[in-house]
Design a protein around this ligand. Structure first.
Ligand code: NAP
Length: 243
């Protein structure tokens, strides 16, 4: 994969950092994006030495900044082969009490952020006549979840966005796929109560929570030559929880 650059959003920790670690092992050059500069620098430092790594501090919800980051990364690497739209947030609450602000923020980051980066890379991937876009959705986007109407809607939107863009870009050999992870141990899930975690574990046939590397392996496959004829799909990676 030498000489191929992949841009990963939300790469400073959790699943995004695990994806960066795996793709660095596979030999890709990496453009890492997150909001918090200190965490992003620490992530880049932890990967240093293996491949070329550049970082950009960026709120994925800010379209103008996203356009600038993609232009700069394209310039720096001489092309962008892959995009992993991974940045995401939660702001849980039952619908009766969900503020408009919490609705908007989750949609803005998870769905509009994915749109912003996809729109920015699309023309250059079309010109290259190759490219891979991998969007991190969630099983919650397929099944829904009480207390997560905003998050579920954003992740279902990501799946519909994935299919639509796959149809638009397929003629230029750009594939667009989604991954729907189940419960993965990261900061995002750290706050869940012990009872909730125990209930979830009972519902997972493979009897363990996911790790970032479980999702990273699927990302690596979707970026690889083996996935050349696969587009518009949502790969559920959840230990069997939602089959
Ligand atoms: P996490 O540990 O909370 O990490 C989130 C990452 O996204 C961080 O790098 C964070 O950067 C970045 N980020 C958040 N808002 C951003 C913004 N506005 N602009 C740029 N970067 C932003 O979360 P995670 O569990 O790894 O989740 C990664 C993705 O997987 C998310 O899309 C999530 O919805 C999805 N997912 C997670 C699970 C799970 O069980 N963990 C399950 C299904 C799907 P900063 O450090 O700068 O804040």
């Amino acid at each position: 994969m030498a000489g191929k650059a992949v841009l990963i959003t939300g790469a400073s920790r959790g699943i995004g950092l695990a994806v960066a670690e795996r793709l660095a092992q596979d030999g890709y050059d990496l453009a890492l994006v997150a909001r918090d500069e200190a965490r992003l620098r620490a992530a880049a430092a932890s990967l240093a030495g293996k491949v070329r790594i550049e970082t950009w501090v960026c709120d994925v919800a800010d379209a103008a900044t996203v356009d600038g980051v993609v232009a700069a990364a394209n310039e720096a690497f001489g092309g962008i082969y892959g995009l992993v739209n991974n940045a995401g947030v939660t702001a849980d609450g039952l619908i009766l009490r969900m503020s408009v602000e919490n609705w908007r923020r989750v949609i803005d980051v998870n769905l509009t952020g994915t749109f912003n980066f996809t729109r920015a890379v699309a023309p250059l991937m079309m010109r290259q006549r190759q490219g891979r876009i991998v969007n991190i959705s969630s099983v919650i986007g397929l099944a829904g979840n009480a207390g997560q109407a905003n998050y579920a809607a954003s992740k279902a939107g990501v799946i519909a966005l994935t299919k639509s863009v796959a149809k638009e870009l397929g003629g230029r050999q750009v594939t667009v796929n989604a991954i729907a992870p189940g419960f993965v141990t990261t900061d995002m899930t750290a706050g869940l109560g012990d009872q909730t975690k125990a209930d979830m574990l009972r519902a997972i046939p493979l009897k363990r929570f996911g790790e970032g590397r479980d999702i990273a392996g699927v990302v690596a496959f979707l970026l690889s030559p083996d996935a050349a004829w696969l587009t518009g799909q949502t790969v559920v990676c959840d230990g069997g929880m939602t089959m």
